[in-house]
Each structure stands twice: as C-alpha cells, then as structure tokens.
Design a protein around this ligand. Structure first.
Ligand SMILES: [Zn+2]
Length: 286
C-alpha cells in the first residue's frame, strides 16, 4: 500500500474543508508538519491541547486533525515555557503534524452541525445561515432539522444527554419541559449570535453551546423558543467521528491504509458542577 505523504493527506482534507471557506478572522490549515513526512495514523480531536498531543504520542499518530486553532492570533514565541509552545515542541519532537479545520468545517457539507444533528437523531432540511456562494444551498452555518417522531423538550434533552458525550455541564434547557418539539435548529459550538436566524426559521427549539444570559433571556421573551445548551466541546465532538469516517473513505479510495482514531478525552474546560437544583415551579424563597 502506498503510504501517503503529509502533503497528500492535507490536500485530501482540504477538499473536505477548503481553507478559503473559513471566516476571515479564523486561523485554519497546517500548524506544523513536514509536507514530505509519511502519514500512517491520524488522530481527530476538538482541542489541540497538551493531553490530546500526549495521546497522539502514545498512539504513534503522525497527524492530529483538530477543530479549534492552536494560535488564533499571531505569536512571537513558541517557547516550551508557554503552554502552546509546549504543544508545538511535543508535536515537532515526535514528528506529529497538526492541521486545523475550524469555521471551514462548520460551514462544510457535511459539517460540524450535520454531525451534531446526526448524534441527536435529527433530519437536516437545510442550513440555518446558507452560504451565498453555494449553488446547492447545502453549505452554511448551523442546520434546520425535523424531529420525527416529535418529542417533548424533556424527552429530547434526555436524548441529548445520552447521545452526546458526558460533560460536567450536562444539558441545560430553557422552556416548558412538556412542550412538543417538531422542528429544531442546531449549531455546534457557540451559537448565540444566530438567534435572529433561529427566530426567522420559526423552529420549536435551538440546540447550541455557550448561551449567555441576555441573548437567552431575550430569545425566551420574544417567542416560546425552547433552548438546549450543551457543553461547547460536546456539541463539536460528533464532528471528529464524522471527519474520521470521511478520511477513512478517502484512504480506502486511494489504498492508503490509514489508521484513524477519534480522541475520547473530555477537553471541555468545565470539570465540575456544584449547588442545589432550583425547582422551576417553586416560588423563590419557599
Ligand atoms: Zn468550537
């Protein structure tokens, strides 16, 4: 079997997630790696953090494909005295390349929100924010989906808790738990900038991460939109399985024999949750 060079694997990944489709502010592409180096094993992960790089070393991976950028802005140092510099040192010392597909993977077809919708058993009907440059109308940010058969908010949130990887946050919901959901918008990662589009889509619920008080409160005041908020990492993790399967398919087509792995390390920064649960029906002070 022909062992591909890093440059060949990267070229294949860039057909899935063309770097020019990333947002302007984003930093996607190859962070480190020798284009001529052979690649036999690839690890997919959401976050290019030290624990994931250590996992790649243990696995003997030659390439990490991460969703989040290591450096979003410029840097003047990769000293191992900084935590990102230590990541770079570990990667280079162990001949491991790092490639990032971030907003170009969000808007891809299939993209991050397709993987999230799939994990939640939703049927995608189209993008929430269509990419105007896509004549097929399939690419874009977020997805609008149908829930068939319909579930109550409580049942759907329970499904999300069981089908997404477990995190300290779990699943937060806003809205009447008995409300029936038939249409759901999803956006993997931080989605509170898309409330206008969610309202315009006229869906019963919105699944995303990192919802802040004011946008969530205002969305509730506007319309009886149910909100389902999972940990940022958990909403994007399904993409790593989808992406690994996409590279497997490419590898089979080329006879590369690549071994792909998906990191199951929980790299969500939130690691605990304390406090009493407030009973929503109980009057305060009771
Ligand atoms: Zn993210």
């Amino acid at each position: 079997m022909p062992v591909p060079a890093l440059s060949e694997v990267i070229a294949a990944l860039e057909t899935l997630w063309p770097p020019q489709r990333a947002e302007q502010w984003d930093a996607v592409g190859t962070v480190c790696g020798d284009p001529a180096a052979p690649v036999t094993r690839v690890l997919f992960a959401v976050d290019p953090v030290q624990e994931v790089v250590d996992e790649a070393v243990t696995l003997g991976a030659d390439l990490i494909v991460a969703h989040h950028p290591l450096y979003l802005r410029g840097t003047t140092t990769v000293s191992a005295g900084t935590f990102k510099g230590r990541v770079v040192h570990t990667l280079i010392k162990n001949d491991i390349a790092l490639h990032v597909a971030h907003t170009n993977a969000d808007s891809a077809d299939p993209g991050v929100s397709d993987a999230l919708a799939g994990a939640l058993g939703l049927r995608v009907t189209g993008p929430l924010v269509p990419d105007p440059t896509d004549p097929s109308g399939r690419r874009g940010l977020g997805r609008v989906c149908e829930l068939d058969p319909p579930l109550t908010l409580a049942e759907f949130a329970d499904r999300a808790a069981r089908h997404l990887p477990a995190t300290a946050q779990g699943i937060r919901v806003a809205g009447d738990p008995g409300r029936t959901l038939r249409t759901v918008a999803v956006c993997g990662g931080s989605g509170d900038s898309l409330f206008d589009q969610v309202r315009a889509a006229g869906v019963d619920a919105y699944v995303t991460a990192d919802l802040r008080h004011h946008p969530a409160s205002e969305a509730q005041q506007h319309s009886p939109l149910a909100l389902v908020d999972a940990a940022h990492w958990a909403t994007e993790w399904p993409w790593t399985e989808q992406a690994a399967a996409q590279l497997d398919e490419i590898s089979d087509r080329h006879g590369w024999g690549l071994r792909t792995h998906v990191s199951r390390l929980v790299t969500d920064p939130w690691t605990g949750r304390f406090g009493r649960e407030a009973a929503p029906e109980a009057p305060t002070g009771a």
